[in-house]
Design a protein around this ligand. Structure first.
Ligand SMILES: O=C(O)/C=C/C(=O)CC(=O)CC(=O)O
Ligand SMILES: [Ca+2]
Ligand SMILES: [Mg+2]
Length: 418
């Protein structure tokens, strides 16, 4: 598929993240506009609320854009999703009969503040990147048996906290927690010393289910994808997570990028999961390409200094697709809701520069990274700004995810001092 041309001229370059082929969904506000849904096109945002009020986006008879989140659109189901995308494409395409009217509803991205694009119903995080699981297993367990015995048979996950999901740009406060260092007999309550990022993709469930669903049903139920950073307190995690898994270590915050890139925009980039070591059980067995070829990178900027790219990898490195994770999630009869968010698990590739966490990049702190500024990092320091970026590269066009950023604020003096 080539670049599709829009009358919004900035959308028509090969490296623009938001061409007509993309049309990602977000929520924004400006100095004089309340929060509302919008669609990115070039360097502009089409104000969906205003377009709907003017009669340009009348798709269901009921207003869809009278609320500042995309859950109502998701609730309408895949037929409406397709009709909305077709109508937006018609409105924004070069030569559109709607151009004169729609021009009035464009807002420069530079004037907008991006907000959470949807209400997160529940949040589950997986552990489905093989290189990440292998690296962590080597460090914390046994290089000979780095992957747990179940790993090649099910996508391992844990239930996270929807309440902790925040939009890109939100500052992240270094947490306190109970830690136990190897040279102390007893734990202490201290600020986290090994605060980390996790480079992930987030899949958004757009269709509810109540009981087991097939892999193909799961693929259809996914509305779109965002970049996701699962901030992780490694020292809190190491002490708390046996035997029930991460709890407070991953409950401080999880950041997502503000633009939901929908499945149709990613269709040309579908690719297969890697070769299987064990055949998966029938309900998890691949029925088609359900991963995506999306280039991902991480950069770190110390306070007031230039950013260094510290990792680059690709979403196709995952062992399990989001559809496999969602299908697995429903096997017990677990109901899934519109707005459920599934973290892919940390995405790392085979080589050192492809590692999606500082835990792996610095090998548990044993091999600190040197930044372009000359400073070194094992884990995150106060004032550091972390930025995830993602884009799929087509023939003469880009499907961009934008960025997912967060700056580390120092821990409070004492969280219990009132
Ligand atoms: O295996 C461990 O000891 C720890 C693993 C993680 O912290 C990974 C995690 O949270 C899931 C993921 O993002 O892959
Ligand atoms: Ca994670
Ligand atoms: Mg979290």
């Amino acid at each position: 598929m080539p670049l599709m041309k829009s009358w919004v001229k900035t959308a028509n370059s090969a490296d623009c993240p938001f061409p007509l082929n993309n049309l990602p969904y977000g929520v924004f506000e400006t100095a004089d506009m309340d929060p509302r849904c919008g669609v990115a096109i070039g360097d502009m945002i089409l104000d969906c609320q205003a377009a709907e009020e003017a009669g340009l986006l009348d798709l269901s008879g009921e207003p869809l854009f009278d609320v500042p989140f995309w859950n109502e659109v998701m609730e309408e189901g895949p037929e409406l999703w397709a009709a909305l995308r077709a109508r937006l494409t018609e409105i924004l395409a070069e030569g559109s009969a709607d151009q004169a009217e729609a021009e009035a509803f464009l807002v420069p991205q530079a004037d907008a503040t991006m907000l959470m694009p949807f209400l997160v119903s529940e949040y589950t995080d997986f552990y489905a990147g093989r290189h990440h699981a292998y690296n962590v297993g080597c460090m914390f367990r046994d290089p000979e048996n780095a992957l747990p015995p179940n790993w090649l048979h099910i996508p391992i996950g844990y239930n996270g906290r929807a309440s902790s999901v925040v939009v890109s740009g939100t500052d992240i406060r270094r947490p306190w927690g109970q830690l136990k260092s190897p040279d102390h007999a007893l734990p202490a309550f201290l600020p986290c010393r090994r605060f980390d990022l996790e480079l992930e993709m987030g899949a958004i469930v757009g269709t509810a289910s109540d009981g087991p669903i097939t892999l193909d049903e799961a693929d259809k139920a996914i509305f779109g994808y965002v970049l996701l950073n699962d901030w992780s307190a490694r020292d809190i995690q190491a002490w708390e997570y046996q035997p029930l898994g991460p709890f407070q270590a991953k409950a401080t915050a999880t950041s997502i990028s503000p633009w939901i890139v929908t499945k149709p925009a990613l269709e040309p980039f579908r690719c297969n999961t890697p070769a299987r070591e064990f055949e998966l059980l029938p309900h998890l067995r691949d029925t088609g390409p359900m991963l995506y070829d999306i280039d991902l990178s991480v950069s770190l900027a110390p306070a007031g200094k230039a950013a260094t790219q510290i990792a680059q990898t690709n979403y196709k490195e995952m062992y399990y697709s989001s559809a496999q994770q969602l299908a697995h999630h429903t096997t017990s009869g677990c109901p899934m809701n519109v707005g459920d968010l599934l973290g892919s698990g940390t995405i790392s590739g085979a080589t050192k520069s492809e590692r999606g966490s500082l835990l792996e990049l610095s090998w548990g702190g044993k091999e600190p990274l040197t930044l372009d500024t000359g400073e070194t990092r094992s884990f995150l320091e106060d004032g550091d700004t972390l930025t995830l970026s993602g884009a799929a590269h087509g023939d003469g066009y880009t499907i961009g995810f934008g960025t997912c950023t967060g700056t580390i604020l120092p821990a409070l003096d004492d969280p219990y001092k009132r």
